[in-house]
Design a protein around this ligand. Structure first.
Ligand SMILES: NC(=O)C1=CN([C@@H]2O[C@H](COP(=O)(O)OP(=O)(O)OC[C@H]3O[C@@H](n4cnc5c(N)ncnc54)[C@H](O)[C@@H]3O)[C@@H](O)[C@H]2O)C=CC1
Ligand SMILES: O=C(O)C(=O)COP(=O)(O)O
Length: 463
């Protein structure tokens, strides 16, 4: 069995590498020109560095299932319960190879520019709008998420909220907490027989559709894609049609340019009088001042919000509601449920997300597999074993321009390439090749030559 080693870009090893007899390294000028280092690692699994060298930063209270998987790899795992303000994030991210976040932490181009050692981002949630995915891809940084592990939790929350809104339970409960007995049936309804309008019929919307029908509701949905309906739900052609028919409108779209302010004054006008709005997608999808107006005027009979345009960083922080033009805020409204972005916050969801995303991070760091990545082409080769002596896996992330593969194959083609896979996504391409019968000096030489190609974004060699 051979010793397993790895070559990886790493900024803080200038001294080690500059003295390397078999390779020359230039000073770093950008993320993609950071330096590499060669570290022996344990022979059972191939690692990108010596395991104890990998620095992982986990923010926003990532579940312990994920923390354990990463710690068991021997990585250095730093865990924080909340997100960080941008300046502190920039300080911390400079040093780390792997970062795990949830929906709050914004990984903008400005932040990522400082992340010289970063190879991968794990979003321990569904949404990836908080990450500049294209910038990350352009730097060769892979991004993973958990596409559906909390979908059911969100769908169940929405079902619960519809009953709570239809029966004004939030207000009744508040009154009782204040010592007031107020037994009313006016404006209180069953949800059976009502129409639910789902905007965005993806993982959450579709799951909700099934649950709502089981409660006796009729389901209509609007989506930019033509999507097969479940049960007896049916797709409508426009948002306007949905708003005109639905007793409950619930939003399950991603935060993208097209969905910002999707529900504003005009859409509240188009809703049925006495209907309800639920938003557990992203805060920017609903115009909050318009919601306040629609609630004050009695156009809508209630609303449930789980997400906000500006959310506090951590527990205990002050929640500041936006105001309408009259200076009225959300907290003053009747029959309004406000929850602190807990749609996906169940034990089941968080445990499953912890496992799923941490495993993807380990697979990427240890083996280079981009299966499930949201910003890079999905490329995978079968798992590496250390049974094959003098075996190396070349990972070459490069600009998707003509002629690159010829150049790469000129470099690796003199060796025994056992398998190779390449794919592109937009301007970025990802190549993986397993090579046998190569010694350390050859690996260094391959690395140096690949690094010197103008198409290079990031080179990693696992061995
Ligand atoms: N409150 C919470 O804790 C949680 C919130 N979320 C949010 O919910 C969103 C939806 O989640 P999933 O259902 O898993 O996403 P998904 O990607 O499975 O489904 C989204 C659907 O929205 C549709 N869509 C996109 N743009 C649209 C537009 N302009 N008009 C109509 N439909 C449009 C898509 O075609 C897709 O079918 C996530 O992006 C995330 O932001 C997700 C999980 C938890
Ligand atoms: O999964 C998502 O997109 C969510 O919005 C849940 O976010 P969270 O992990 O609770 O910060």
């Amino acid at each position: 069995m051979s010793a397993a080693r790895d070559i990886r870009p790493r900024q803080d090893d200038l001294a080690n590498l500059a003295s390397s007899p078999s390779a020359s390294f230039n000073s770093p000028s950008s993320h993609s020109s950071t330096l590499n280092r060669i570290v022996p690692v344990n022979a059972k699994h191939l690692k990108p560095f010596a395991t104890e060298d990998i620095k992982v930063l986990l923010l926003e209270n990532v579940n312990e299932t994920g923390r354990e998987i990463l710690s068991q790899q021997g990585y250095q795992v730093e865990f924080l319960k909340s997100s960080l303000p941008e300046d502190q994030l920039i300080e911390k991210i400079r040093d780390v190879h792997v970062i795990g976040i949830r929906s709050k932490t914004k990984l903008t181009a400005r932040v990522l520019k400082e992340a010289k050692n970063l190879i991968v981002i794990g979003c321990f949630c569904i949404g990836t709008n908080q990450v500049d995915l294209q910038y990350a891809a352009d730097q060769g940084i892979a991004v993973f998420n958990s596409p559906f592990s909390n979908s059911r939790s969100v769908a169940e929350l929405v079902i619960g909220e519809m009953v709570v809104l239809a029966r004004q339970l939030g207000d009744r409960s508040n009154e009782m907490h204040n010592g007031t007995w107020n037994k009313v049936s006016n404006g209180c309804w069953e949800i059976r027989g009502k129409t639910l309008g789902i905007v965005g019929y993806g993982h959450i919307g579709a799951q909700l559709s099934v649950l709502a029908e089981a409660m006796g509701m009729s389901v209509i949905y609007y989506d930019v894609l033509n999507i097969m309906s479940l049960g007896t739900a049916h797709q409508v052609e426009s948002l306007e049609q949905l708003l005109a028919q639905a007793d409950f409108v619930t939003l399950h779209v991603p935060e993208i340019a097209e969905t910002k302010g999707m529900i504003g004054p005009k859409q509240f006008e188009q809703m049925k009088k006495g209907s309800y709005l639920i938003n557990a997608s992203r805060g920017t999808v609903v115009d909050i001042p318009a919601l306040i107006d629609a609630s004050r005027s009695g156009k809508i009979a209630g609303a449930a919000l789980d997400v906000y345009p500006n959310e506090p960083a951590g527990n205990g922080d002050y929640f500041n509601s936006e105001l309408n033009t009259w200076g009225e805020d959300l907290r003053s409204l009747k029959n309004l449920i406000l929850t602190p972005h807990i749609g996906g916050s169940t034990e089941e969801a968080q445990k499953a997300i912890g496992v799923e995303v941490a495993q993807a991070l380990v697979r990427y760091a240890n083996e280079g597999s981009t299966q499930g990545a949201v910003n890079l082409p999905e490329v995978t080769l079968r798992s590496l074993t250390m049974d094959e002596p003098n075996h190396a896996r070349v990972i070459y992330i490069h600009k998707n321009i003509p002629g690159v593969l010829r150049k790469v194959n000129e470099i690796i083609g003199d060796h025994n390439v056992d398998k190779q896979m390449t794919d592109s996504r937009g301007d970025v391409a990802y190549l993986m090749a397993d090579i046998s019968n190569v010694d350390t000096a050859t690996i260094r030489d391959l690395y140096t030559r690949l690094e010197s190609l103008p198409s290079r974004i990031m080179t990693r060699i696992l061995y």
